[in-house]
Write a protein that binds this ligand. Sequence first.
Ligand code: PLP
Length: 388
Amino acid sequence: ALSPVAAFNRIGEENAFAVLARAGALAASGRDIINLGIGQPDFPTPPNIVEAAVKALYDGHHGYTPAVGIEPLREAVAADLLRRHGTEVSPANVIIVPGGKITMFAAILMFGEPGAEILYPDPGFPIYRSMIEFTGATPVAIPIRESNQFAFSAKETLALITPKTRLLIINSPANPCGGVTPREEIDKLVAGLLEHPQVAIMSDEIYDQMTYDDAEHVSLLSYPEIRDRLILLNGWSKTYAMTGWRLGYSVWPDSLFNSVRKLAVNCWSCVNAPAQYAAMEALTGPQDAVASMMKAFDERRRVVVEQLNSLDGVSCVTPKGAFYAFPNIKQTGWQSKPLANALLEEAGVATVGGPDFGIHGEGYIRLSYANSLENIESAIERIRKFLQ
Ligand code: PLP
């Protein structure tokens, strides 16, 4: 039998997809399953965006586009960043990519090699660690703590930097905990990074428009002192309910842009053309669909948190961003993965165990509240009955 090179034995998984598959199989066999497992909006893509893609197809946009994306879309991204963050970005530093994941893949490949250390949040998006291990670099976990409202601690993050650190991955608002790192903490982090000029920074801001209450999303783009080593990851998947379109963008410093452009030429040629026209409509068309999705998420968030906190042995920090709740289940007597598994198999509720997001995830499970209020309420009732 054939076997791939060793790197493929080190590459990981995103278990939320395995949960989705298992939930689908159970549902297909006739079981009534409520899915709070997968991280995607339950809304359809707004119709004006869908229409823009259809129009692009009829208009004949069927061929390759430039590898870095169509020019008006790169300009629209730059204009959107200027409008929302007050920061000038040149379209020449923007690349359109097939999904948020591609940016992390590119950034981690660019800095990961044996001997290099890469800092990533734990609990955090599981692909960070997987890709770091794929490159042979050493993954260094930044603990994301409930006691700190699941925000990054500048002090704790900076203390992990060594002369071998090549890349720091930041994610706020965050998956899976819903934490939003406050401005003063990001100020401290950036100030501390000035002492470590060898460290590149990848800021995953895919949930940047998904904040609640008084929480403020602070973009790392708004710090000119680190712009020459900042890679900004963003995209359309979450904000515009476009996970299946495979669309994303990133902003790269001048020194790295040609490398990511060449990677695009080698790997994906360009993002599918009609999707790029749809992305342009998403950024330049009416934004009311985003506002109404956020209103629905906020309402569900309040219900999820209140209901979870009413369960015996469960306590849940109020998430300030994204669409996930990350309740502490330590007092139930269950471990995370067996609980998530039993909830799916016995109670018909799909969730993801905290350890699927890192070693610091033990004692927690992740619930995505991208589901109807009605389903969320009955899911938590099922969990209540199960725990009793
Ligand atoms: N970054 C974070 C933190 C995410 O949670 C996700 C998706 O779940 C992504 C990036 C990837 O997004 P995309 O579907 O656009 O690849």
